[in-house]
Structure formats: structure tokens, C-alpha cells
Design a protein around this ligand. Structure first.
Ligand SMILES: O=C(O)CCC(=O)C(=O)O
Length: 293
């Protein structure tokens, strides 16, 4: 199956988390840089996420909070964004942050270049009606030395549809194959852009090297609820200060894997001729903080 932009020839391949293997997903990612995966979250899980995040969704206003024209444009003046999802939602911590399909992809694509990876950001991206489309970018642009055709993949991203994503309400625009371009300065033509049209509970998994952007929400009154989660090589600085957004009290209730992803564990590459980073008093984070568990 594929999701085709009717105004272009470009399309994204669609698979299902229920029936497709990790190998198939990795093969499509290697070819296209992005893939739509249906059935990543059940409707019941989506309802719980929406419910747990609803107070913050309602309390968050559109547009950025910084006085910088470029950031405002990137952020989307009609987009609501907020992070701290593991603090705000148990369902995010238990069913999204450690989603087996995403962990499988990240293990395969990031682990060859790190001892462990961590969360880059978990972020609600609610595109409200009448916004302009975001400009095309690669998520790895945040780390310019790691964003060229020859560098390894440093980041894996995923956009979950917490409402249906349609061409009209701002489904993510993606340029399949742009991760393989020899010239990362080249701009995409309209005919190369596909849209991640997908039902609620699906997700678009993509690497940090593929061009994409939020679409414009051309509806009158239909917010597009997107939830972004990305992972990053453990020796690079993430966009979100994950552990500062989650209280220590709450972090203590999480598994070691959840703690690692949120920055409540050190990065230990000492067995791989690398460093031991992100320590407290030269200890792993819980020991340095004096946790007794
Ligand atoms: O909201 C979307 O569909 C994509 C947004 C995005 O790529 C970003 O803000 O980095």
C-alpha cells in the first residue's frame, strides 16, 4: 500500500505494526527514509494519551514563546507545542517511549554508532486551522556536522497520528529518498513531496536525514494532533532536556530503559573504547543522586 500526494508522483509505503516485520520496515526506511506504519497504537491507547495530555493541550497557546522570527516560522504560528510528555502521561512513558517497533528501529540504526541512545524529544505538535506549511528541513540539521549524505544516521523520528492525518488538516509532508541525495542544499520540487495521510493510531517513522515539514491545516475547525518522538545517539545533546522535564520522584518509578531514554542514566561506552558521559559525582545518575533502589 502507499499514501500518494494527489498533486505529485511521490508516495510513502504503508505497512502495519501488526503484520509487518522489522526487516521490512528497515528495508523501506533504507530506500525511502520514511515509512507509514498502521496500528502502532490502539484507539484505546490514543484516547488515554489524548485524555492525559488534554489539560496541557488546552492550556497551551499557539505559536512560539521566543522572540526570533526564524524560530517562530519553524515552530508554526498556528501550532501548539509542548514537551515533558513522560511527566504528563503515564501512557506515553509506558506505551510510546518504549514502543517495541520504534526500539527495534533505533536498535538497528543507532546502536552501531553508540553504546546507548536517548530521547531527543517527545513533543505534541498540534497544528491548528489556518497555519502556513512549515519549511522543509531534516531533523539532523540540529547537529550540522552529522547531517550530510556521508555521515551515519544520528537520529530516528516518529510522528504519531493522535487524530486522523489528512491532506487538508496538515499531514506531515515528506520527500521520500531525500536522505540519499548527494546535495543536501537542494530544494524539493512539489512533485517530489508525499504526504503522510494516515488513520488515528498510525505513525510515520523517518530518519533524521529525510526532508519533511508539517503541512498547512486548511480546515475550518479540525486540529491535527501529532505526537513526535525521536531518539538520538547517546553522545549528542538532545533538543529536549529530558531529565529536567521529569521529576526525580517520578523517574524512580520508571524502568531502567525508561530512565536511560530520559537521561536518568549515564552514557557508558567504556567497554567500547569510548567515554562514560552524563555522570553525577562520576557515578551513574541514580547512584550519584543517592537513590537507594
Ligand atoms: O508537525 C509535523 O508534521 C512535522 C513537524 C516537524 O517536522 C518539526 O517541527 O520538526
Amino acid at each position: 500500500m502507499s499514501a500518494t500526494n494527489i498533486e505529485s508522483k511521490a508516495s510513502l509505503t504503508i505497512v502495519s505494526a501488526k503484520t509487518s516485520s522489522l526487516g521490512e520496515i528497515l528495508e523501506i526506511l533504507a530506500r525511502d527514509g520514511g515509512v507509514i506504519v498502521h496500528d502502532m497504537l490502539s484507539p484505546e491507547t490514543v484516547a488515554r494519551l489524548r485524555n492525559e495530555l488534554d489539560p496541557t493541550s488546552k492550556a497551551t497557546s499557539v505559536g512560539p514563546k521566543v522572540d526570533n522570527k526564524n524560530i517562530n516560522y519553524f515552530w508554526g504560528e498556528q501550532t501548539k507545542r509542548f514537551t515533558r510528555l513522560a511527566q504528563r502521561s503515564q501512557t506515553f512513558a509506558d506505551e510510546v517511549l518504549v514502543h517495541p517497533t520504534l526500539i527495534g528501529v533505533a536498535d538497528a540504526l543507532l546502536k552501531p554508532n553508540c553504546a546507548s541512545y536517548w530521547m531527543n524529544t517527545g513533543q505534541m505538535m498540534i497544528v491548528m486551522p489556518s497555519g502556513a506549511p512549515q519549511y522543509m528541513h531534516r531533523d539532523s540539521d540540529d547537529w550540522p556536522a552529522m547531517c550530510s549524505p556521508s555521515t551515519p544516521i544520528c537520529q530516528i523520528s516518529c510522528m504519531f497520528a493522535l487524530s486522523e492525518f489528512t491532506a487538508e488538516n496538515g499531514a506531515t509532508r515528506v520527500v521520500p529518498g531525500s536522505h540519499l541525495w548527494s546535495d543536501y542544499k537542494r530544494e524539493a520540487t512539489e512533485s517530489e513531496i508525499a504526504q503522510a495521510v494516515m488513520p488515528l493510531g498510525s505513525a510515520m517513522i523517518y530518519t533524521g536525514k529525510v526532508l519533511h515539514s508539517a503541512g498547512a491545516n486548511k480546515t475550518q475547525n479540525e486540529p491535527r494532533y501529532g505526537m513526535h518522538l525521536s531518539y538520538l545517539l547517546g553522545w549528542l545533546t538532545p533538543e529536549e532536556a529530558g531529565c529536567l522535564g521529569v521529576t526525580e520522584e517520578r523517574a524512580k518509578t520508571f524502568t531502567k530503559q525508561q530512565q536511560q531514554l530520559l537521561g536518568y542514566r549515564c552514557y557508558d561506552a567504556s567497554d567500547l573504547n569510548g567515554g562514560r558521559l552524563w555522570t553525577v559525582d562520576y557515578e551513574d545518575v541514580p547512584t550519584g543522586l543517592g537513590w537507594t533502589q
